[in-house]
Design a protein around this ligand. Structure first.
Ligand code: PEP
Ligand code: MN
Length: 271
């Protein structure tokens, strides 16, 4: 099982991680407020899009470079690792300067020139599953990055499109242990995009952890109703705090269980 080191942070080890932040970076104050909150609650990575792949060209498209400057400032103040989406190869150099981890969004999982280009950088990558990708296509997309030499790839299950419309996507929990087994790469679950509904982000977070996810990525905002994107799936701060309490206690249980399992294996090998 590969672990990924990003500064002092290890992903894919025994400790599970929380990645949190707004869907989109909307301004300096918004991002700093969120960064302080998620840091205080125990998240280790700050997410936030500066370049947003919106379904409608009329929707907010992100702040672009200005958003990256805010992200860097938030990282410097809080010490959080940052992750942000890259949509085009032309943006890559700038994003590499201002962010720690490159996110490839669901809409770009099939963008092979972009994947190859990212594979030639030295930045860790969070590769999201396309909402129409089979597990095999998802794994092959990750290999486009790995093949170019960049081995620090995390896979993110963020739901696939099915016939149901009560949820925005169907979070494919079964994909989590399968991806881990088949790729050996760390797997992150995104219950925000995976459901599209803030009211079920909590149970799907817990389900993701029990299925073996190495981390969870959620969207949070001080006022989701006013968020410029993905407000319906975004947690306000009180709900984010509640999520973190449950996250911590389940992680402790799972980490202890893992320790008991490995101790049993050691005793078994010695006898
Ligand atoms: C996001 O993380 O805000 C995002 C756009 O996700 P996805 O690419 O999974 O839709
Ligand atoms: Mn979003």
């Amino acid at each position: 099982m590969a672990t990924i080191k990003i500064g002092d942070l290890v992903i894919g080890g025994r400790k599970k991680v929380m990645i949190a932040g707004p869907c989109a970076i909307e301004g300096r104050d918004q991002l700093l407020q969120i960064a302080r909150e998620v840091k205080a609650q125990g998240a280790v990575m700050l997410r936030g899009g500066a370049y947003k792949p919106r379904t409608s060209p009329h929707s907010f498209q992100g702040l672009g470079p200005q958003g990256l400057f805010h992200l860097k400032e938030a990282a410097e103040e809080t010490g959080l690792i940052t992750v942000t989406e890259v949509m085009e190869p032309e943006e890559l150099d700038l994003i590499c300067k201002y962010a720690d981890v490159l996110q490839v969004g669901a809409r770009n999982m099939y963008n092979y020139p972009l994947l190859k280009r990212i594979g030639r950088t030295d930045k860790p990558v969070l590769l999201k599953r396309s909402f129409m990708a089979t597990i095999e296509e998802f794994l092959l997309a990750s290999e486009y990055i790995l093949k170019e030499g960049n081995k620090r790839v995390m896979l993110c299950e963020r739901g696939i499109r099915t016939f149901d419309s009560i949820t925005r996507n169907t979070l494919d929990i079964a994909a989590v242990p399968i991806l881990k087994k088949m790729s050996g790469l760390p797997v992150i679950v995104d219950p925000s995009h995976g459901t599209g509904r803030s009211d079920i982000v909590m149970p799907m977070t817990l389900a993701g952890l029990v299925a073996g996810a190495d981390g969870i990525m959620v969207e949070t905002h001080p006022n989701p109703k006013k968020a410029l994107s993905d407000g319906l799936q975004t947690l306000d701060f009180p709900h984010f705090r509640e999520l973190m309490e449950e996250f911590r206690s389940l992680c402790k249980y799972l980490e202890d269980q893992e320790e008991r399992r490995s101790n049993r294996a050691i005793r078994g090998a010695a006898s």
